[in-house]
Design a protein. Structure first.
Length: 254
């Protein structure tokens, strides 16, 4: 069984609720609130430069669950890199799910990536890159985009032909800087493992807790909570929907 099974089953489970139906979307914001948030987002957008790490947290319960994989700061659920093409700034990222069913690397306009209609937090962070390193980073990320890098549903950092969002950024930055910048990893600890084993057992995905051994992974907070990355600006509007509560493994009935 693959070492990354815990993360992959998490994504499998997050697609449905307890009875297998699709999770409802958050209620739309009032126009006055949305306009205020757009004003703040536009001010944040003005600070974005090429090579910046752009982070967000969605307003849905899936984002609430995914940000829980961060062990230092549970704020963001998705990550991307800002790069210019023909005078337009795009955010390059890897994602899966309904928004990207092809599961190939995509790029989005800043407004689409950070829209407050679907996000409750956004942040801009900057790596300590030289001009040459920035050019290398652009080349690496663009190559992934052109070659339609697949999203890694197994969350296995040992493979390079498929990558999840934080993995793509961590590996690209390390490669562009010839490992001058190394992005630290987190460990799947007991608390995190038990939390998602509850979800797995509810869906009868795993036979036992032994399937989720401790292992290393890149979380989103690993990307920016390190000495080579500094905060430029962040916005926090609120919190996403809370995940469904699942029974504990010890109370699960086979």
């Amino acid at each position: 069984m693959k070492t990354a099974l815990l993360l992959s089953i998490c994504f499998f489970i997050l697609a449905c609720n307890d009875d297998g139906t699709t999770i409802s979307k958050p209620a739309p914001l009032a126009d006055s609130v949305l306009n205020q948030r757009w004003t703040a987002i536009k001010q944040l957008e003005d600070s974005i430069r090429e090579g910046d790490l752009v982070l967000r947290c969605g307003s849905d319960f899936t984002s609430e669950t995914l940000r829980d994989f961060n062990q230092q700061e549970k704020l963001y659920s998705h990550s991307g890199i800002a790069l210019m093409d023909n005078g337009i700034m795009y955010i390059y990222s890897n994602m899966a799910g309904d928004i990207n069913p092809d599961e190939v690397m995509r790029r989005d306009n800043i407004d689409s990536f950070l829209t407050p209609a679907n996000n409750v937090a956004a942040g801009i962070y900057r790596y300590d890159l030289s001009p040459d390193e920035l050019e290398k980073l652009k080349s690496i990320v663009n190559s992934h985009y052109i070659n339609k890098l697949q999203f890694d549903m197994n969350f296995d950092p040992a493979t390079d032909n498929k990558m999840y969002c934080a993995e793509m950024i961590a590996k690209s930055v390390e490669q562009a800087t010839a490992n001058r910048i190394l992005i630290p990893k987190s460990m799947v600890n007991d608390e995190l493992r038990q939390k998602y084993l509850k979800m797995a057992l509810q869906k009868k995905v795993l036979p036992s807790a032994k399937a989720a051994d401790q292992r290393e992974y890149w979380s989103i907070d690993n990307l920016y909570l390190n000495p080579n990355c500094r905060e430029i600006k962040k916005l926090v509007f609120g919190s996403p929907q809370k995940p469904i509560r699942f029974p504990t493994p010890e109370n699960y009935e086979h």
